[in-house]
Write a protein of this length. Structure first.
Lengths: 495, 1035
């Protein structure tokens, strides 16, 4: 078993650390933590009156295993399976095959979903034209004009592969390393391992684009869950509403100073209880209530974009003016990075384009293209890109055969697990390169396959974590994100 | 000082607790294989030299004696009696990295000197083999001390060896509260507390226990545990997350516990109620246990793959719940630590492989039992009563509103007498297009497209209409001779396709805008085509460019019209502008509108929901001068229009409508419902080992068989599910009784005797008190699996009754309370916190069973997750105050007010207990907590004129005791602060009291200002008390 420290951690009651703090608390709590907080914490200078609280993050003691290239992560998750064939993976030879049956030696018995398993697999060439862009000459489809401007900052991995063909299992695999719900998410593992750099915000924040269309693929909260890790490591979903975090808002008719007074009362009575019972868990609770109070101002502050200049919205595009949009969430992601949030994850739903690719897929590109590119530009000009790993991708790709009539405007594409494209940038990633390749049909990986677990190993590596050593014991086994099959760090894409 | 991370840190503390319980003699303590040796071998060796042949290195197994001592040429891995000549010792100590075991690349820890010593002594004393403790049959150890409570005997004996003793008894008020939560999940009423505190009978604890065990709430409390274990939920999970109606099974569980059904029978019915001789309907219902797994109805999913997942889930769940084994590990390969082969796993699958199911979800998840719950009638009656209660209030509000109708009407007659227009053209401040079309507005408001005609385009129109309110928009589309064939657009066929319509509200000086929702759209003509064809105007309201409005197929040389109604009237401030956006993003494109006009209305209701003239337009046209002369038909229309715009009436009507909606829903639930159950198909399926666990990679065929390593039974006696159940709860089976008593212990002590309740295997933790565990297990079986007998035994022990106050020394010695030298102090499960708040505030509706209810959740929870496909409407009236057990559980979005709870996706038996700011926020701001605080406030203010007495009343109800003088001082001070604030801020007091069901507000409406500020102050005080650590803790 790899890491006995983790085992200890797993069983350790949370309150243990408080034993050593009892002395501190028994002295300071009487001075009303609340009074201190009222004056200073509100203004966001939490560290000012608690100088003993250092700013560095606290994760597992053995971490990082080695020097990290990236401190923070933004994962732009495109749910539904964006088509690599239209967007990134140009295959000029496909025109010759248009309408012809996909050769068996290419298909190699690939399983199909029940949506297309009874139809002929007729090749449908890309519905877009491609352009070689930047110095790197990466090929980008015409539906993403903005991304073309930043290609030299990006690393395209065209040889991503997974083993799940349906959405929920594939997304669960993509984000938790296993297709059946119950494991901790990538962000959960990172937050567990490395902790936070900001005491006033959660380590792991999640945002979902606000859309009108009922999504065919609900975004289950286990995608950012903590699985068998303590629930504090689960992603906190920021909602686009008056109450960005559930229960954050005090009821109408309860102003902040009254709430403050009430929390003081709770602290004082809890402190009395602590002295009576000796249970260190109580002092933890006192602090959590104080933290809740601080979150009530730090989250709205994070969420309020009114301090952003016009130029921000011009950069991120017109949709960034709509709160809750993907573009607005990209601005939020940059703000989170500025505030030291360890792991930020955006979800943009509705990339599941079984039909009418050329209107449907275009719509999702229009939602995301400018803002994704803007995020790279913005992070770069603020000097944040070096420490921030940005990832863009979905749970699988799409097949080369048309779904429906291959030559009708109604044509779309079915799910395809064997290959898909992701791009990455910043945080220790080599910019301006393309890694891996698919065959002439964008069907099989032809060189340098990157399995989802290799992606996980690489992300952890960039964060200074050896994926084999970040483990947690549960049900008698030491689990890790990358699972039991061998996973490799993709060294060739590291800067 | 140490730094503190955001949500608390964990720091490793090596806890050295000796778990040896055998007193040993002599200088060298004897080595016990199962206790001392096996854990080391399992942890460091079995991964590569264990039961799994797929992973085995060097053809060496160290989990069996024969292969370990086998002569391997000139050496043996283990040479009994001679550690020095045993290869494993040499390799463990090797300094040569290529020889060292475990190898560095296994990431397994090196053996410590102590561990090497254990192995060495064990080999030297003959390398005696044994079984892992959990696979040995439990035996009762002899209790040498007569008259002592058996639980105390084992606990005390170990404490003695550590030089410790049990803590003092907890205070009586603490004890009654502890027992009440443990057995019923609810706090005791002040009366019960008083009775218990005042009683000095020796057996008062037993009496109280019996009383609580007889309460119907006992079954509910146990059922909440069992539902977590059973991964019970009211929806399928996965895509669609369709609702199921399995809740009658939940009532079966409550009832089974309440009648104290023996655990073996409880087990058999859930495994095979349908196979029992003369199976009753209830017995069939019981088998729903094994159908509570998630079902996946995702389009594209092969149902057979799903079906196999379900079978596997049943086996894994069986392993976790009854056997305390991680059987699921053997799905892909033989278990690496426990003696469960992959064949064993699939042989267990065979028991569940011929269920008459086909892997479908939603309404197709047969087999079903059509079942009508007897517990629904009460719910219908309750819902009816609420309707009856609300009806007169709605009527009264209507009357009041109607009384204002005629004055309004006469005003409208005046208003419409000259030049009235219900729809006013929207005049643009700015017209833009994204792709190049030139848009120009002419005098009558018509907008003309000219210049470039791109394939697709979006038209944006900014405007600042001269109105305070907008309720909807009218879009007129005009043909023109300049268009193709004089039709509606400049596209090649003269037709248009409008894919989306959006409305934005912009405020001057603010960069972001607000999206304004439409509630619906209608058009004069549209194509009612198949789902994916362009046609319906309603489809311009989603974000989907594959759908939209076109009038193709209708006459394109005449104008067409659509009306878009806003979800809520939009009130425009001075500095606000609107932007109306029209998207032409269809797949082919080439259908941008050529000429159009937008108008707006400021009347709600039919004015924006119908294509005919608005009621006020009709009134204008009628040129009536007197109210009495208005045509009755028109008058009715106008009244409807008036009422739809009457806020006070609409509010009351909403309250009434919700009650009616609830009634019709409950009535539906009261009929026959399909409950998913087990039933065998006629033609049994063959079962195969699945290679690497992959559903369609069939290996060797296997039949139903039980794992011999646990308890060997002949195959001919284990053919059916019923026989499997018989095997599980056989008194020869070493596991289920142990696992069950451990579950119970965990409930009352916050942690089990085995701290890994899900894993009694080699990788699980060893019991802290093995003899106690075994004693209780045997006791359970000897008493015919009488669960309540074991509970009674546990809670009447001194161990259970200890105070949870802890000294600094003890907490440092035993932070996790593994010695049980003190009572257990832990935060109550979040579901109990909700139930407790309802109980102590007097709001709790104690009704038993029936259809699901929906406790408060913040608005929009389901809507945002499913992008509008589901909407959560909290229950109304008394249904709101039911216990959490009955709360509707959507798998994709578990109730938000629960934290650290099981997720109900897969079986979960381990408790989660964290302490985070999000929990604090939940308890501070959840509506149930706030409404309970309000109810407590009303109760206390009504009960006494004295503030002190009021505070004590709240304290007693919430924490089951009186506040101490010190506490009272703080509470009085805080109360004074609240009172000071709310006295001078009446409006806030009134606003605060709006929270909750309208019925609870009824009385408040009659109150004067002083009372209102008083209740508001006590509400905040109650909320404060409900948030105290003591209030949320099992002490």
């Amino acid at each position: 078993m790899s890491n006995s420290t983790n085992k200890q951690n797993a069983r350790q009651p949370e309150s243990m650390l408080d034993i050593t703090r009892r002395h501190f608390l028994s002295q300071s709590a009487g001075v009303s933590l609340g009074a201190m907080a009222l004056g200073l914490l509100e203004s966001g200078t939490a560290s000012a009156q608690q100088p003993e609280v250092a700013k560095q993050p606290i994760g597992l003691p053995a971490l990082p295993h080695f020097a990290a290239k990236a401190k923070q992560v933004i994962f732009l998750t495109q749910s539904g399976g964006p088509s690599q064939i239209e967007l990134f993976d140009e295959k000029p030879g496909l025109e010759k095959w248009a309408g012809k049956e996909l050769p068996d030696e290419i298909r190699q018995g690939q399983r199909l979903t029940t949506m297309t398993k009874n139809q002929k697999q007729l090749v449908m060439p890309a519905r877009t034209k491609f352009e070689k862009c930047g110095q790197s000459g990466a090929t980008i489809g015409e539906w993403m004009p903005h991304l073309k401007k930043v290609v030299d900052d990006l690393c395209f991995v065209k040889s991503m592969t997974t083993d799940q063909i349906n959405h929920a299992p594939a997304m669960t695999k993509y984000l938790t390393g296993h297709q059946i719900p119950g494991r901790p998410s990538l962000g959960g593992w990172v937050s567990y391992g490395l902790g936070s750099e900001n005491r006033n915000l959660p380590d792991y924040l999640v945002m979902i684009s606000k859309m009108k269309r009922p999504s065919d693929q609900p975004l289950y909260d286990h995608y950012w869950g903590s699985g068998f890790l303590p629930t504090r490591y689960q992603g906190v979903k920021l909602r686009s509403s008056k109450e960005p975090v559930l229960y954050l808002r005090d009821p109408d008719g309860l102003p902040r100073p009254v709430r403050r007074g009430m929390l003081d009362g709770i602290s004082e009575l809890n402190q009395m209880r602590f002295e009576e019972t000796g249970d260190p868990e109580i002092t933890t609770r006192i602090r959590q209530y104080e933290m809740a109070w601080r979150m009530q101002s730090s989250i709205p502050e994070l969420n309020d974009l009114s301090d952003e200049p016009e130029s921000t919205f011009e950069l991120y595009g017109p949709d960034s003016r709509r709160p809750g949009s993907y573009a607005a969430n990209c601005i939020m992601a940059r703000r989170m990075v500025e505030r030291g949030v360890r792991f930020t994850q955006l979800f943009h739903p509705d990339w599941d384009h079984h039909s009418r690719l050329s209107s449907w897929c275009v719509a999702r590109c229009r939602d995301t293209d400018q803002a994704s590119a803007a995020l790279i530009i913005d992070l770069k000009q603020r000097g944040l890109l070096d420490d921030t790993l940005v990832l863009w991708g979905g749970e699988f790709g799409r097949g080369v055969a048309g779904q429906g009539e291959w030559d009708s405007p109604d044509g779309g594409r079915d799910h395809h697990p064997r290959c898909f494209t992701m791009w990455m940038a910043g945080g220790g990633i080599k910019p301006g390169i393309t890694y891996g390749a698919t065959d002439d049909f964008s069907y099989n990986v032809a060189e340098n396959p990157v399995h989802v677990r290799d992606l996980h190993a690489t992300i952890l590596h960039l964060l200074g974590i050896d994926h084999q050593r970040l483990t947690h014991r549960y049900q008698g086994l030491d689990f890790r994100l990358t699972g039991v099959e061998p996973a490799r760090v993709v060294k060739d894409i590291l800067a | 000082m140490r730094s503190i991370r955001f949500l608390e840190i964990i720091i490793p503390v090596i806890v050295c607790l000796h778990i040896h319980c055998c007193v040993t003699e002599g200088a060298e303590p004897s080595v016990d294989f199962s206790r001392d040796v096996l854990p080391i071998l399992s942890d460091r060796c079995f991964h590569c030299h264990g039961p799994d042949p797929g992973n085995r290195e060097a053809d060496l197994r160290l989990d069996q004696r024969a292969s370990s001592i086998e002569d391997r040429g000139d050496y043996a891995a283990i040479q009994p009696g001679n550690a020095a000549k045993s290869e494993i010792i040499r390799r463990i100590l090797s300094e040569d990295e290529s020889e060292l075991m475990p190898p560095a690349d296994s990431h397994k820890k090196k053996l410590t000197a102590d561990e090497v010593d254990i192995l060495r002594r064990w080999i030297n004393s003959g390398a005696k083999w044994g079984k892992h403790w959990a696979f040995e049959k439990p035996k009762k150890a002899e209790i040498s001390n007569e008259g002592i409570h058996p639980v105390d005997y084992f606990i005390q004996r170990k404490l003695n060896s550590e030089g410790l003793s049990l803590s003092a008894k907890a205070a009586k008020h603490t004890l009654v509260r502890r027992l009440s939560f443990d057995l019923t999940g609810l706090p005791p009423t002040p009366e019960v507390v008083q009775q218990f505190v005042e009683s000095d009978a020796d057996d008062s604890i037993l009496e109280l226990t019996n009383q609580l065990l007889q309460s119907q709430h006992y079954g509910e409390r146990m059922a909440m545990w069992w539902l977590d274990v059973a991964r019970y939920a009211d929806t399928d999970g996965y895509q669609g997350d369709r609702t199921r109606t399995n809740w009658p099974w939940r009532d079966w569980v409550v009832n089974s516990f309440n009648k104290n059904q023996p655990y073996d029978q409880f087990t058999k019915e859930q495994f095979a109620g349908d196979l029992m001789p003369d199976a009753t309907e209830e017995q069939k219902l019981a088998t729903c246990f094994h159908r509570n797994h998630m079902t996946n109805g995702e389009g594209g999913r092969d149902p057979e793959e799903s079906r196999i997942d379900y079978v596997i889930d049943r086996v894994s769940t069986t392993g976790t719940v009854w056997l305390g084994l991680t059987l699921g590990c053997a799905q892909c390969h033989s278990h690496k630590f426990d003696p469960i082969s992959q064949n064993d796993f699939y042989s267990l699958n065979a028991f569940f492989n011929s269920i008459d199911e086909d892997g479908k979800a939603g309404g197709g998840a047969k087999p079903y039992l059509s079942y009508q719950s007897k517990l629904s009638a009460r719910a219908v009656e309750e819902a009816q009563q609420l309707v009856d209660l609300r009806k007169p209030l709605e009527e009264l509000a209507k009357k009041k509103a109607e009384a204002q109708f005629e004055p309004w009407l006469s005003e409208q007659i005046k208003k419409t007498s000259e030049d009235y227009q219900g729809w006013l053209p929207l005049l643009a401040e700015k017209l833009e297009s994204t792709d190049g079309t030139v848009l120009t507005q002419i005098e009558d408001g018509t907008i003309i497209a000219s210049g470039p005609n791109p394939r697709q385009d979006d038209y944006l129109m900014s405007a600042k209409p001269n109105t305070k309110r907008i309720t909807g928009f009218k879009l007129e589309i005009f043909p023109h001779e300049s268009h193709t064939d004089g039709k509606l657009s400049r596209g090649s066929d003269g037709e248009f396709v409008l894919t989306n319509v959006k409305l934005q509200l912009r405020k001057e000086g603010v960069s972001q805008f607000k999206d304004i929702e439409f509630s619906g759209a209608i058009a004069d003509v549209e194509i009612k085509g198949k789902n994916s064809q362009y046609g319906k105007v309603r489809e311009t309201l989603d974000d989907d460019p594959r759908k939209g409005w076109t009038t193709q197929g209708h006459d394109a040389t005449v104008p067409h019209m659509a009306i878009f109604a806003l979800a809520e009237p939009l009130y425009l401030a001075e500095d606000e502008h609107i932007v109306f956006v029209m998207f032409h993003r269809s797949t082919i494109g080439d259908g941008n509108i050529g000429r159009y006009r937008l108008s707006f209305a400021n009347q709600p209701g039919d004015a924006v929901r119908s294509l005919s003239e608005t009621p006020l337009d009709q009134l204008a046209a009628a040129t009536t001068e007197m109210v009495e002369d208005v045509d009755p038909k028109l008058r009715a229309l106008l009244l409807k229009q008036f009422l739809s715009d009457h806020a006070a009436y609409q509010n009351q009507k909403g309250i009434y409508d919700r009650a009616n909606k609830q009634l019709s829903e409950v009535k539906k639930a009261a009929g026959k419902k399909n409950v998913m159950v087990l039933a065998e198909r006629n033609d049994p399926r063959k079962t195969h080992v699945l290679v690497r666990g992959v559903w369609d990679k069939k290996g060797e065929e296997v039949g139903p068989e039980v794992p011999a390593a646990i308890l060997d039974w002949p195959a001919e006696e284990t053919k059916t599910r019923l026989e499997l159940a018989n095997w599980i709860v056989s008194k020869e089976n070493p596991l289920p009784a142990r696992v069950m008593v451990n579950h119970l212990w965990q409930m009352y002590f916050g942690a089990g005797i085995v701290r890994t309740p899900e894993d009694f295997g080699l990788q699980g933790e060893r019991p802290t008190h093995p003899e106690l565990l075994d004693w209780l297990a045997v006791e359970l079986m000897e008493h015919d699996w009488d669960i309540q007998h074991i509970i009674r035994l546990i809670v009447t022990s001194n161990t259970y009754q200890q105070s949870s106050v802890v000294s600094e020394q003890l907490i440092e010695l035993d932070p996790e309370n593994k010695l049980f030298a003190r009572g257990a102090r832990f935060r109550l499960p979040s579901w109990m916190l909700r139930d407790a708040a309802l109980q102590s505030s007097g709001l709790l509706n104690p009704a038993l069973g029936g259809p699901t209810v929906r406790p408060y959740q913040p608005p929009g929870i389901w809507k945002e997750m499913f992008m509008g496909a589901f909407n959560y409407q909290p229950s109304e009236g008394p249904a709101q105050y039911r216990r959490t057990l009955y709360a509707f559980w959507r798998r994709a979005s578990a109730p938000t007010f629960l934290f650290d709870s099981a997720q109900r996706r897969v079986c979960q038996v381990q408790v989660m207990r964290t302490n985070t700011p999000l929990h604090a926020l939940t308890l501070l701001n959840d509506h149930t907590m706030l409404e309970s605080a309000k109810s407590l406030a009303i109760k206390s203010v009504q009960a006494s004129p004295s503030d002190k007495a009021r505070i004590q009343l709240i304290y007693q109800r919430v924490v089951s005791r009186n506040a101490s003088p010190n506490e009272l001082e703080v509470l009085m001070r805080e109360l004074a602060r609240f009172q000071k604030y709310y006295k001078s801020n009446q409006e806030d007091a009134t606003t605060l009291l709006q929270i909750g069901q309208p019925e609870l507000l009824l009385d408040i409406k009659k109150l004067d200002d002083a009372k209102i500020s008083q209740i508001a102050s006590f509400m905040m005080l109650s909320s404060m008390i409900l948030n105290l650590d003591e209030a949320i803790t099992h002490e």
